[in-house]
Design a protein around this ligand. Structure first.
Ligand code: HEM
Length: 293
């Protein structure tokens, strides 16, 4: 898809930083967003606009809704909206740090940083539990159809929606589980990534099996492990032509559909959750016509 931000469909980079921004009180962010549109190339920097920002600009993006909040069945899934999201991607961590600094400075008159998380690729694309993440992502044209909005209207076709959640792992708890219990938690065998037909209903891949939803709930996952000095986990990132597929998966994981909670919650929990609209590109710039810029 020519007009999509290229970083959405590209391979997972070696390094990344996720920046979130809040709108400063009373700020008029138009000029800062125009600067951002000129420097964000969509590949080394994927940009997402939150409903809060669209609202401040008195625009509505069809399909951009509030992130759900679930509490019950012993789990909590928080909703932590932000105005703006930047996924900085690259092969050189130093270069990402400098780029983040430049973007923060450029946006500073209207936005303040509300979150900054460093992420990385682990081995061939593993979660920190050692399980391969992304195996059942759709491939080729199916990936494009799942991730990118197909719309003829200017400023809308080539866009994408993204769900972003920071999960904090209890790595000690996971390591203390017998191997069989670890495999039953994910629903795949760590040794060879084989799907386990006999896994319990709470197994993560049973909860989220994309073809088990009607209609089929295909998402394009681009998650990466993150870590700081004290904690580590997964930055879960799923792009979609709409937010519907993610919505139904999360609802089932949280036990809100049938009372069965995803076994992932035995060792990890989400501490953030937000939705963004990722505008298409127009030439080398972000196309912000849908939000009036
Ligand atoms: C800590 C958080 C998470 C971890 C460690 C994790 C890990 C995994 C792993 C190891 C797989 C199996 C391989 C693969 O197909 O990628 C998987 C599959 C999958 N996950 Fe997650 N995941 C997490 C959160 C989520 C969330 C929040 C969702 C959506 C709400 C989700 C949706 C999916 C889907 C759709 C699949 C493929 C299912 C299929 O059709 O077979 N995951 N995940």
């Amino acid at each position: 898809m020519k007009t999509a931000q290229a970083g959405i469909l590209a391979a997972i980079p070696s390094h990344a930083r996720y920046l979130t921004f809040a709108l400063k009180q009373g700020a008029r962010p138009q000029s800062e967003l125009k600067f951002l549109a000129a420097i964000a190339d969509g590949k080394a920097c994927v940009v997402g606009v939150g409903a809060l920002l669209a609202f401040a600009l008195q625009k509505e993006i069809g399909g951009l809704k509030p992130f759900p909040h679930y509490r019950g069945h012993g789990v909590e899934v928080p909703s932590t909206p932000a105005a703006l999201w930047c996924w900085l991607r690259g092969e050189d961590r130093g270069e990402i740090v400098l780029r983040a600094h430049a973007i923060e400075k450029l946006l500073a008159p209207a936005f303040e940083v509300s979150g900054s998380i460093d992420a990385f690729k682990y081995d061939r694309g593993l979660d920190l539990t050692g399980y391969e993440d992304g195996t059942e992502n759709p491939k080729g044209k199916k990936a494009v159809a799942a991730a990118i909005v197909n719309d003829k209207r200017p400023g809308l076709g080539g866009a994408s929606f993204v769900a972003v959640q920071q999960w904090v792992h209890d790595l000690d708890r996971f390591a203390a589980m017998p191997h069989k219990q670890q495999d039953d938690t994910i629903g795949r065998r760590k040794r060879d990534n084989k799907e386990l037909g006999s896994a319990p209903a709470s197994a993560h891949v049973k909860r989220t099996a994309q073809e088990s939803f009607t209609p089929e709930a295909l998402v394009w996952r681009r998650s990466m492990p993150w870590a700081d000095a004290k904690q580590a986990g997964l930055m879960f990132v799923a792009f979609g032509k709409s937010l519907d597929a993610f919505d139904v998966q999360l609802k089932r994981m949280a036990g809100a559909e049938d009372g069965t909670v995803d076994a992932l919650f035995t060792f990890t929990r989400p501490v953030t959750g937000a939705y963004y609209w990722c505008p298409p590109m127009r030439g080398r710039r972000l196309d912000l016509r849908a939000i009036g810029l």
